[in-house]
Design a protein around this ligand. Sequence first.
Ligand code: HEC
Ligand code: HEC
Ligand code: HEC
Length: 440
Amino acid sequence: MKLRYKWLTGVVAIAAIATGGFAWFAHQPEIAAAPPGPHDFTTAQIARGEILVRTGDCAVCHTASGGARNAGGGRLDTPFGVIVSSNITPDRETGIGAWPYAAFERAMRRGVDREGHYLYPAFPYTSFARFNDEDMRALYAYLMTQPPVRSAPPPSDLKFPFNLRMLMAGWNMLFLDGRPWRPDPSQSAEWNRGAYLVQSAAHCTACHSPRNVFGAEQGGADMFAGGGVVDGWHVPALNTASRAPIAWNADDLYDYLRTGYSARHGVAAGPMAPVVEKLSRLPKEDVRAIAVYMASFAPAGAGSAADLAQHEAALDARSDGVMAARAQTGAALFAGACAGCHRVNDAPKLFGVRPGLAYNTNLYADSPDNLLRILLNGIGQPATRDLGYMPAFRYNFNDAQLAALANYLRTDIAGQPAWTDVAAAAANIRSTTVRSTTAP
Ligand code: HEC
Ligand code: HEC
Ligand code: HEC
């Protein structure tokens, strides 16, 4: 697995600063193994646990490529060495089969294993700590009733001093709030439901909030301020710093998170596509609650319904391309290669969606990288099946043509000042990525 967690650098740095002087403070006792025996979980608990395990991406990290589900061995490569995920199937020797609930809860809320060793925050326990007791028990119920797999993953292999797990106690002291999430009584029940899901299982902030030098997520006014880079994609802001040409509201967020597409914004591509795939397993009401919560961070909208309709009509017209400009290379490329699928007003309806490009936040971003990635590699794995595929133009256009096209979209369709050095950025992305191979 590729390391998304560059911030581990900071994590380890602070840990090293806070030397072993607090060894006494850091000591955590072993929790005795639970006796083998049947558990008395309810079917409802197990079913809820399954949903949460999917939403929390447990198997994404806890499954080695080609290995048994959740049997561990997933590798997270860091500059300091490799962190290997653990076996979380209920095998008594190699998994968590001998863990009583108290040990599981301590690992999830405090990042300490049953024997008392500290775990690295590559395991997102800072988010998982927020689970309420009911959901924490449901997670445990589901994991303990899965088939045990006997498999001992290789140990993590980190260089000195990063191999001293106890140093994580320093980081936890500064950045871990191990308490379950508590509702805000001044907000609606639905808002609170959304807030809880976002802060615990869905960990949206892991990508959408900036991090400080120690790798901890920024809260307060910086929550959802975007700015990070995940697998080469720039993560957009979702708070008042959002560049979306139409402010996000709860209905549009619901469409986008539920189907991967909002007519007034566009599609979820790149690292956002698997998030939508994952949310599609949550009950609709939960996705609705997330949308209501997230909308409370967005900038105020366009005002009256008439203002909004006018704004949309303008964006529709711009999406169809500025025909007077066809003499330019970029405009000509757009008319020939893109308008057939992306015109909003009068194009024939084909399979899939028809995103109007003037609505796309990526055209308003500081960097052209996300747009160039989409143009070079296409979208071969749509977030949901009905969206259709965006073809890759890697072999159709050279870097200069891509630059002309990207800047035409930027200046004429989005009405923004031109990007600089676009051809160099295209060359760089071309040489460091491969075309999506799953497109038909
Ligand atoms: C981003 C990757 C990632 C995700 C997502 C993730 N984990 Fe982990 N988890 C890890 C890593 C890596 C370790 C081992 C950390 C270490 O060795 O310090 C770990 C350790 C654990 C442990 C301690 C096991 C032991 O034997 O010490 C438990 C329990 C656990 N994870 C449960 C979960 C559950 C439940 C979920 C989903 C709700 C989950 N994890 C999601 C990466 C992840
Ligand atoms: C065969 C039809 C087709 C052609 C031709 C096409 N696209 Fe697309 N495009 C799509 C579809 C369908 C999607 C949504 C795919 C998905 O998310 O699965 C898309 C998505 C996009 C997106 C992401 C939109 C968003 O809302 O996030 C951009 C940007 C884009 N196309 C630009 C272009 C440009 C520029 C061209 C011309 C070089 C082009 N497309 C040509 C069908 C097409
Ligand atoms: C793995 C990193 C990651 C996670 C986790 C993640 N996102 Fe995203 N998100 C992205 C990226 C990258 C984009 C840009 C995608 C694109 O341009 O197609 C994005 C785009 C979005 C957008 C569109 C913004 C715009 O103006 O176009 C919304 C809304 C959004 N995410 C909401 C969420 C919510 C809600 C969650 C949690 C349920 C979440 N994201 C979790 C990486 C992530």
